[in-house]
Design a protein. Sequence first.
Length: 474
Amino acid sequence: MDTLTPPQVRSRRLALAVLCAGALMVILDQTVVNVALPAVQADLGFSASSLAWVVNAYVIAFAGLLLLAGRLGDLFGARRVFLFGLALFTAASVWCGVSSGPAMLVAARFVQGAGGAAASAVILGMIVTLFPQPRDRAKAIGAFSFVQAAGGSLGSLAGGVITQAVSWHWIFFVNVPIGLAAMGLAVRLLERDPRADRRRGADLSGALLVTTALMVGVYAVVEVADFGWVSAHTLGFGALSLLLLAAFLVRQGKAAEPLLPLGTFRSRTVSGVNLVQILLIGAMFGFQYLAVLYLRQVLGLDASETGLSMVPIAVVIAAVSLGMSARLNVRFGELAVLLTGLGLIVVSFGWLTFLPARGAFAADFLPASLLIGLGFGLAMPALMGLGMSGTKADEAGLVSGLFTTSQQVGGALGLAALAVLAATRTTSLSATGEDRPSALTGGYHLAFATSAVLVLLAAGIAVAILRNPRTARS
């Protein structure tokens, strides 16, 4: 066990703070835009259908490039990739803020998503490298998990406040001082990666195939709301994505320096954790979206009140992930804590299936949302700890990028599926004569019940594949 001096401990903690600040900036930008969309539409003249591309352009670039960025971090240095991502993200934020038309903003958002992917993909791997001891690593992952989980809620709040107080342009401009400060501190605090080897190939053919496959797949998913699941558009692009992915896997079996060594998936931990995460994050992304709709369209809260209503969830996640999760993971093991958290989330979604159409925030929504925060605050750090356990140093970026990719893919799939389920159910109830609040709430009930099933399935996979953590880590 290595013994660190107080300055070394302080330096590592500051490095963790820089990594978390970079992650928070990227995560906030995924949600801060949502509240500002009406103002963006009115100012720049977006049509109702094209407005979604302010979000979609970012999501497609972000999800599509994560795996490539993670592998490039292993090949050329995680610090270099992180700094490049921060620089690109910050520059693109300026571009977004000065945009004067729809095409300009959508293009800037795509570049911003690319920068976010480069910065985000390597963070978890860098944290694992910084904190090799189990107890210290558990605390660091707890802090990073809090940033990821709470960032969405804080983004909704910040978007409403900034848009109302100044203008939508400043939801992008605020990234500039944060990005510049993070880059300056990262240069000083993050050690250069001695394993970076420029002579190794990056498998450009494989990179092109998997990046295109992911982008096409995410595009098909985010357009489901407009075209439907069984439309020629969705099925066609979905089939193209699968064909490109199959070609990528064939390429990885033949490449001298594969982007994603197929042996990675022989690890029970890597395969199991990513499957669990896709289901869990899919359910949670759906919850964030549908909860806001319930608060706005059924309970009648305005944008600021809705943002404030999501803050208690962030507070609970902070208290659990920062104050409890590390100790619980070390004492009881990540798998036991993960299953406890998943169980609480299942109970929470079951509660939400009985939300009344004419309810009250404090009595009906708040208790279930706090229970979800407790469950997620327990589950996510444990899942991250399992996912990165036993990872080799020269594959930390790859596994980190894969972990973050499954988050984005799971979120996109879950959000699209649950939103369509809720909308379809609402339309059906409206056709039978239900009033609008009752029809909307009935749609949310179906989506929340489906979310409970998804999380229950995630728990089953965890028990089946990760039932013996030591075996799973081999």
